[in-house]
Ligand binder design. Structure first.
Ligand code: ZN
Length: 362
């Protein structure tokens, strides 16, 4: 399949002006000045993108693809997530996580669901483990999970500073992260430890202690839900200023919205390439089930509030790929990268979504 997107306003996520983009198979083969790549018999599909905008499809790094365990008994399970909802939200790459329930919901189901979404045309990965330490794994060992199972790119979400956590010690977390780090070296993956931060009183204390008491690299840790309350957010700003990576959760209604968080981070001169946003979709929240559509809603809210689209798109594409998907050419509109592209109107309303060179939303 060869597709030509003609004369599109292109965000790579950097705004590079009007471009023609040639897609061959699942990859971007060529990007050139507008109206310079000519249609020919070999091109199956030419789309005139005059007046339209293209940007990298979203990468959602924290999604409960099989549904989070409802935290109010067995009749409170959250439903699984289906491809239509994912694609309609502009997402073509996602990382599945287990969450609070590691028993009724489990890693085997999570892996199978990731494979089923891949068969539907999406790009999927998972974290091994759940809230609890010691972690449940596939093989009995985090290093082995990373080394032997292609889709496993890290461990998480490990709950800290939350009454629902297993209250792990610093030493337990250092051991867990070391096993993850080793798996990353052996498999060539990012090997991230994804920490779920709750509303507990210790905030980022344990994470800071891990860094003080070990030689593990800061970039292997990705604490999420950083915008859920003021005091956690404050610590998150300091952590990011010192070179740490932080993940905001979309759709936040009680703490700081993504829009207000991004504004505050920019104002405080945080290096925005250290920041990502994820949806936490299909998890239980105090306001009901989180939705994957909240990710793009928050993107639009940021842009409508005057934040540069270049920065906003980076938070949900390039930065996420850089943090989680080492060795995978994705998250940018760039030659030889996977053709994961959103076509939108000038107000950034999503019109079409391409995953691996194929339009899944038309
Ligand atoms: Zn969480």
């Amino acid at each position: 399949m060869i597709t030509l997107l003609k004369n599109a306003t292109c965000y790579t996520p950097k705004l590079v002006g009007q471009k023609d983009i040639l897609i061959v198979g699942n990859k971007i083969a060529k990007i050139d000045s507008a109206n310079t790549i000519k249609s020919n018999n070999l091109i199956n599909n030419t789309l005139d993108c005059t007046g339209l905008v293209v940007f990298p499809a979203l990468i959602d790094g924290h999604v409960h693809i099989i549904g989070g365990g409802g935290e109010d008994g067995f009749d409170s399970f959250n439903q699984e997530l289906f491809e239509t909802e994912i694609v309609n939200s502009g997402v073509t790459t996602l990382v599945g996580v287990l969450g609070a329930d590691k028993d009724a919901k489990n890693l085997y189901h999570l892996l199978a669901k990731a494979r089923s979404l891949e068969l539907a045309g999406l790009n999927t990965y998972i974290f091994t483990g759940s809230y609890t330490v010691p972690v449940k794994t596939f093989t009995g060992d985090i290093t082995s999970d990373l080394t032997l199972i292609d889709k496993v790119i890290g461990v998480g979400e490990i709950a800290i500073s939350d009454e629902r956590s297993s209250h792990p010690t610093v030493q337990e977390l250092i051991r867990l992260a070391s096993n993850c780090y080793m798996g990353g070296l052996l498999s060539g993956k990012s090997a991230v430890v994804n920490f779920h931060l709750g509303d507990g009183k210790t905030n980022l204390m344990l994470l800071n202690q891990i860094l003080q008491q070990s030689d593990l690299p800061k970039q292997m840790f990705l604490p999420t839900h950083i915008n859920r309350n003021e005091s956690l957010f404050k610590q998150g700003v300091e952590y990011a200023k010192q070179g740490g990576f932080i993940d905001l959760t979309a759709g936040e209604k009680i703490g700081l919205s993504v829009k207000d968080s991004v504004k505050a981070l920019i104002k405080q001169n945080v290096n925005m390439s250290n920041v990502t946003i994820s949806s936490d979709a299909n998890a239980s929240t105090t306001c009901g089930m989180a939705k994957i559509s909240s990710l793009y809603s928050d993107v639009l809210q940021c842009i409508n509030a005057g934040i540069s689209p270049e920065i906003v798109f980076s938070l949900v594409s390039k930065n996420v790929a850089g943090r989680l998907l080492k060795g995978t050419k994705t998250g940018q509109i760039k030659t030889d990268y996977l053709a994961n592209i959103v076509v939108a109107d000038q107000s950034f309303n999503i019109l079409k979504v391409m995953s691996n060179g194929k339009f899944l939303k038309n």
